[in-house]
Design a protein around this ligand. Structure first.
Ligand SMILES: Cc1cc2nc3c(=O)[nH]c(=O)nc-3n(C[C@H](O)[C@H](O)[C@H](O)COP(=O)(O)O)c2cc1C
Length: 196
């Protein structure tokens, strides 16, 4: 059963939301209909110039096993000295959550909109996925890991040309209590311009 987060107060939800950890993300994950709903929220982000400079690659079910084979193979090439335990970990990388949405930044040079802004928009997409998953009672973690930066694993995940991984968002239901982390003091980060 999917648990329900307290949505009676949107501010309370936002103030208390925390990520799950892929170390403890089990079933249930979102159903195909729920994934569609999450993606509906994902695309509702600020996007200067309405360029839609992002897209998604979904991993669920057997696809997680298949991509794991590519990760393990590449790991062995990169780290021939590593043992089977380490290789097995890479093979299982996408098995740690029932549903994984890879957010792909398709940012490209544009006459008016800087690429930086397009990349920022894709970060908002990642966070909206985390938020939507939490609002539906799931737990999620925005990950990257080495597979997001290696050209071979990036290609294996289906990215093309200059596309980059903005996030590997893992979604499921936590099997361990969520631990919060100390949060920065926003006041300490605030400068009121013009005041000493
Ligand atoms: C771009 C980006 C990449 C991240 N990659 C990882 C990662 O590979 N592994 C990891 O444990 N956490 C990673 N994190 C951190 C987690 O998403 C998250 O910040 C942490 O679990 C605490 O989340 P919370 O502040 O939402 O509770 C990444 C965060 C961002 C923004």
């Amino acid at each position: 059963m999917t648990k329900l987060n307290d949505l009676s107060s949107p501010m309370n939800f936002l103030k208390t939301r925390k990520s799950g950890s892929v170390k403890a993300l089990g079933l249930p994950g979102p159903s195909p209909a729920q994934v569609s709903e999450i993606l509906e929220v994902a695309v509702r982000v600020p996007d200067h110039g309405k360029l839609t400079p992002w897209r998604f690659v979904l991993f669920e079910g057997e696809a997680r096993v298949e991509i794991g084979k590519a990760f393990a193979k590449r790991w062995q090439v990169l780290h021939p000295d590593h043992g089977e335990e380490s290789v097995a970990f890479q093979r299982e990388l996408f098995m740690r959550a029932p549903v994984i949405i890879v957010v792909v930044s398709t940012a490209a040079p544009h006459v008016k909109i800087p690429e930086w802004e397009q990349v920022l928009s894709s970060a908002a997409v990642c966070y909206n996925i985390v938020l939507a998953a939490a609002a539906m009672g799931f737990d999620a973690q925005w990950q990257t890991d080495w597979v997001a930066y290696d050209s071979e694993t990036i290609a294996a995940m289906g990215l093309r040309g200059t596309e980059r991984v903005s996030g590997i968002v893992c979604i499921g239901t936590t099997t361990a209590p969520l631990e919060d982390r100390p949060r920065p003091d926003p006041q300490a980060l605030l400068t009121r311009w013009g005041q000493a």
